[in-house]
Design a protein around this ligand. Structure first.
Ligand code: AMP
Length: 212
């Protein structure tokens, strides 16, 4: 099974991709996670893209496509892409990559959440550096004993979130169009709890009779 999850910043695509990966035994390929890891490790790529991530800018297409190529070379053939493709050029590049590997997409899921909710979710998001668990100051408050150690992603402060959202909205329309023309796009309401959104996604699969 090959899936793509599309959605704005803090739409829940990371959470849902992780759940789908567990449920269907897929490789979870997150370009955001790979880029953050490169920054944390101070690799050549990390040094190049660190400022772009902090400012909420997109990393150039050729770098991200290269990263995805590397990930697919190491991964089994079943995957869920999280945060890729984000531009039409990435989507077209990915078509070529899949063709070369004789792989076909089973579905492209768009998680739809209103802009205002995305801003609230992003700015209140906090991460536990010890466990990687994600909390929200208002919607999923952390236990008091770990509150002091929680961290905010550099790109989750309000100014950067608005910039990321602008870029997302500007670029994603062409990506949506691309997959709509191929009749591969399924839209899911992402405004509920993670359990509700996951149920909506599974519901889409059963409608398309995609359960493996
Ligand atoms: P995410 O964790 O998906 O929100 O991504 C965090 C940041 O990584 C984004 O704001 C971009 O700076 C960068 N990034 C992740 N995926 C891509 C992509 N497909 N194309 C360009 N930049 C990306």
């Amino acid at each position: 099974m090959q899936l793509i999850l599309l959605g704005g910043p803090a739409s829940g695509k990371g959470t849902q991709a992780a759940r789908l990966a567990r449920h269907f035994d897929l490789e979870h390929v997150s370009t955001g996670d790979m880029l953050r890891q490169a920054c944390a490790e101070g690799t050549e790529l990390g040094l190049l893209v660190d400022g772009m991530l902090k400012e909420g800018q997109l990393v150039p297409d050729y770098l991200v496509v290269e990263l995805v190529l590397d990930a697919l070379d190491q991964a089994p053939k079943c995957f869920v892409m999280d945060g890729f493709p984000r531009t039409l050029r990435q989507a077209v590049g990915f078509d070529v990559i899949l063709d070369q590997r004789t792989l076909a997409l089973d579905a492209v899921i768009l998680i739809e959440v209103a802009n205002q909710i995305l801003v609230e979710r992003s700015t209140g998001r906090r991460i536990d550096p010890d466990t990687g668990d994600v909390y929200h100051l208002q919607f999923a408050p952390p236990p008091a004993e770990i509150a002091a150690r929680l961290q905010q992603r550099d790109d989750d402060c309000e100014g950067v979130v608005v910039e990321r959202l602008d870029i997302y909205n500007r670029e994603i329309a062409a990506v949506i169009d691309h997959y709509q023309q191929r009749e591969q796009l399924a839209c899911v309401d992402g405004s509920g709890t993670p359990d509700q959104v996951f149920a909506h996604i599974l519901d889409q699969f059963s409608r398309q009779q995609m359960e493996p």
